[in-house]
Write a protein that binds this ligand. Sequence first.
Ligand SMILES: Cc1cc2nc3c(=O)[nH]c(=O)nc-3n(C[C@H](O)[C@H](O)[C@H](O)COP(=O)(O)OP(=O)(O)OC[C@H]3O[C@@H](n4cnc5c(N)ncnc54)[C@H](O)[C@@H]3O)c2cc1C
Length: 235
Amino acid sequence: MAIEMSKITIIGGGVVGLSVALGLLQAGRMVTVLDGTDNDLRASQGNFGLIWLQGKGAEFAPYAKWTREAVSAWSGFAEKIEDLSGENLALEQYGGFEFFTDEKEFSDFTASLKRQKTHLGGRIVHEYISGDDLRRTYPGIGGGVVGATYCKLDGHVNPLRLLKALRSAVVRLGGQIVTDAKVHTISPATGGGFDLLLQKGDKLGAEKIILCAGLGNAQLSSQLGFVTQVRPPTR
Ligand SMILES: Cc1cc2nc3c(=O)[nH]c(=O)nc-3n(C[C@H](O)[C@H](O)[C@H](O)COP(=O)(O)OP(=O)(O)OC[C@H]3O[C@@H](n4cnc5c(N)ncnc54)[C@H](O)[C@@H]3O)c2cc1C
């Protein structure tokens, strides 16, 4: 396989790797994205497409603020990748409810929203709605629902279209995406840069690498001597 490597190699072609690629291309850098196989478990394919603010960062102010900024930035971002890819992302930001069937969970969540609001002040408004009030407006909601929270800033996008659009946008801007190119081993090369060994045996050289391999980062970062905190949730 002949792969023409750019100065910057991004390992992982999910939403994170492709978004990083897009940003670098827009800044005038050339990138090569090495992605895994069709059968990889990709969070970018399996997620719900929510662009969700309520509750985010209740316990960590910077996360609340980043999420707030991201929610505002989304329409401009969507417009840009829709233009580049010709794909309709089906973005809707008309507000979202979280429903509860357990009183304690409802009151714990409303308490966390109040903590979130302390970080964001007037930049977020939550509504807390009792089950009976909900049913007056939406009679189809069952008697087991004890309440809901609402934030008018919440929304969603079609996640599969997003992934497809990001891929098209990266290619449109001149980026190279190589699939079935799972990196097995990374080692520092003599004279600088890195030697990459792909799972299927190919050897590649890379000047700079950016790890965007989702859960795959744990295995790759340990080869470079650091620990990544990205891991599946434990229950
Ligand atoms: C069920 C579920 C629902 C979610 N819902 C939402 C939601 O509604 N809204 C939201 O914002 N977030 C949601 N998330 C989180 C969101 O999906 C992830 O944060 C995001 O998709 C992570 O993207 P990623 O590119 O880092 O990882 P991934 O999508 O997992 O991509 C990693 C990529 O790296 C590649 N790769 C892995 N190892 C290697 C290797 N060694 N060499 C080369 N390539 C490699 C893989 O093939 C893959 O393409 C959800 C997550 C899950 C699991």
